[in-house]
Design a protein around this ligand. Structure first.
Ligand SMILES: NCc1[nH]cc(CCC(=O)O)c1CC(=O)O
Length: 362
């Protein structure tokens, strides 16, 4: 079966997955790789609150609800390996668990699926675009195309159905998800990062295991991709240093290139903005891949210095006024604190930021 000779005997690995078609497809991709490495893999479906409930994710504690149930199954030893979409995984590490591998990353970009094959620029003003993501809403609105955003939830197939049935003119989805589901041909435009920066970690998977499970760890580490790990480390360090969660209107993309001397370089771009598009900020930095985490933190500091703190909504479920020590030690940390719905004045340009945090879904 395997064309890799194995010196040790293969393991029997129970892989925990959500039951959506995308989750199962991703998990199967990982399972196939492990089988190629001589292991035996059993997929175990874990039902999460986020899969069952139609309530807004914010009321359930954010997109982290998807990860929580699978992490629980891992901790309780019902499964040995969890496959997560990295962008849905909370930045805070889970005690006792470790991301043993980040495999080769798929296309990190977002994609538009619109009626009649239209691109963003071809959609007439007033067109209604479905997304539950504040990050996508913020960047779409910042383009100034006169689009209207409608909050949508549900799995990839459900969202595509709204366009097919004429309820929406288009939806924005992760290209990686569409590719994995074999739906690439439905894409009417792949959005370039200059228009739309993806979510930190988008297109990448996290393979999480129990930290003390040495054999499984050793098996899973074989799937590690150094470029993907460096990129998501930078992107997630940025998110962490901003004190933002995965439902914040923050986009980030790290690209890894090889320097002339063979060393790996990271170029990191980030976006922060309001969901209504009235304020948006883009900044970038670059440096050696070895310093991925510092680069992310550096770029977060630059964004905060330039006013991002004033426009970042706090992650759902967090108290509106964290103790000073809970925020990154940046000059504008206090100014970043906001409550859910009171208008805030942006420090530098005195523009009012409507803060109706309309959409908080993933
Ligand atoms: N928010 C849900 C989610 N989590 C991961 C993906 C796609 C695959 C990926 O980004 O790795 C999606 C769907 C989407 O955003 O369109």
């Amino acid at each position: 079966m395997s064309d890799h000779p194995t010196t040790s005997s293969g393991l029997k690995i129970r892989l925990g997955t959500r039951r959506s078609r995308l989750a199962v497809t991703q998990s199967q991709w990982v399972a196939d790789l492990l089988v190629q490495h001589g292991h035996e893999v059993e997929l175990v479906e874990v039902v999460t609150e986020g899969d069952v409930s139609k309530a807004p994710l914010a009321t359930m504690g954010g997109a982290g609800v998807f990860a929580a149930a699978i992490r629980h199954a891992l901790t309780e030893q019902r499964v040995d390996l969890a496959v997560h979409s990295l962008k849905d995984l909370p930045v805070a590490p889970e005690p006792g668990l470790v991301v043993a591998a980040v495999p080769r990353r798929a296309d990190a970009r977002d994609a538009l699926v619109a009626r009649d094959g239209l691109t963003l620029g071809e959609l007439p003003p007033g067109s209604v675009i479905g997304t539950g993501s504040p990050r996508r809403a913020a960047q779409l609105m910042a383009l100034g195309l006169g689009l209207t955003i409608k909050a949508v939830r549900g799995n990839v197939e459900t969202r595509l159905g709204y366009v097919r049935d004429g309820e929406l003119d288009g939806v924005i989805l992760a290209r990686a998800g569409l590719d994995r589901l074999g739906l690439t041909q439905q894409i009417t435009e792949t959005l370039e990062p200059v228009q739309m920066l993806p979510a930190p970690g988008q297109g990448a998977l996290a393979l999480e295991v129990r930290a003390d499970d040495a054999p499984i760890r050793a098996a899973v580490v074989a799937l590690e991709d150094a470029d993907a790990r460096a990129a998501v480390t930078a992107e997630r360090a940025l998110l962490g240093a901003l004190g933002a969660g995965c439902s914040a209107p923050i986009g980030a993309l790290a690209e890894v290139t090889e320097d002339v001397d063979g060393s790996l370089e990271i170029s990191l771009r980030a976006f922060a903005g309001t969901v209504d598009g009235s304020f948006d900020l883009r900044r970038s930095t670059n440096g050696p891949a070895k310093r991925a985490a510092e680069l992310g933190a550096d770029l977060a500091r630059i964004l905060l210095e330039d006013g991002a703190g004033e426009i970042i909504d706090l992650p759902a479920g967090q108290p509106p006024d964290p103790a000073p020590g809970e925020r990154p030690p940046t000059g504008r940390a206090e100014a970043a604190t906001r409550t859910g719905s009171s208008p805030t004045v942006i420090r530098d340009n005195s523009r009012h930021v409507p803060t109706s945090a309309a959409e908080r879904e993933k």
